[in-house]
Design a protein around this ligand. Sequence first.
Ligand SMILES: Nc1nc2c(ncn2[C@@H]2O[C@H](COP(=O)(O)OP(=O)(O)O)[C@@H](O)[C@H]2O)c(=O)[nH]1
Ligand SMILES: [Mg+2]
Ligand SMILES: [Zn+2]
Length: 292
Amino acid sequence: MVGSIMRGIGSFYTVLCDEDGQEYTLRAQKKLRHQKLTPMVGDRVRFTPGEGEDNGWLEEILPRRSVMLRPSVANCDMLMLVVASVPHPDMLLIDKLILRASRGGMTPAICVNKIDLGDGLEQSIREEYAGTQLRVFASSALTGEGVQALREAMRGKVTCLAGQSAVGKSSLINALLGLQLETGGLSRKTERGRHTTRRSEMMAADGMLVLDTPGFSLLELEDGIEPQDFAQLYPEYNELAGECRFQPCLHDREPGCAVKEAVAAGRLSAVRWERYRELLSEVRENWKGRYE
Ligand SMILES: Nc1nc2c(ncn2[C@@H]2O[C@H](COP(=O)(O)OP(=O)(O)O)[C@@H](O)[C@H]2O)c(=O)[nH]1
Ligand SMILES: [Mg+2]
Ligand SMILES: [Zn+2]
């Protein structure tokens, strides 16, 4: 039978079967372990169900459409990056996740959650990402505002929600799918880890497959991106690249750079460009040290 891995705990995997819509508990065949193939949430797999109380066996991982590590998920169509005014958004982390999505074969999008708190975050995010082709959604898991628009964008797709802890990823999934996943407040020292999502998990309802992932606050850039390839991951810069004096241009300190001019004129976001330059210097360092 064929199905999708919904979650994995220890060496057991729960698979939702395409044919009968049932969940099966499986262990990975030795040969998968020998091939060093680690099953990921979202993987499409071929399996043999168990008899009675026995677990079944995961036989084969089908080719992956998209892959991302940290959070570790396979076959997602869309990476929905959730931000909120509380906790304070780490936009460098968001930009790194956007790059990771693009390189991993997923369409990135941003959802500004907690709009019931009423502040200017949605507006500033829209301005920062104007020209990037990224869709920006706005929602409140609390009041339900904007949830229907998200649902429409997510129907028929596999969507992974990612972002910092406590932005409301689990709350949004509850609102989207009518579930009751545990959610948590901002972790205080004494209650760190309570009610927070510990591992990635996929849920199916209403024609949507949605992955909840644990929040995290640190993310390394992947090694081995060539600076020029990195620059091309910014669609709003690609549009202007032809007008830069130097070819190719990394849009950093080059004289006559059209991107720098557009930033100075307020046509492109200055804060996103600052983050770009910070990431670019990291990419350059990694690239220089790639043979070490
Ligand atoms: N005001 C407000 N609070 C929210 C909203 N969504 C989530 N929260 C709260 O934010 C906290 C963290 O939510 P949770 O879903 O666990 O965040 P996660 O760590 O990203 O999964 C909880 O106390 C939620 O009740 C929202 O839209 N508005
Ligand atoms: Mg959560
Ligand atoms: Zn340039």
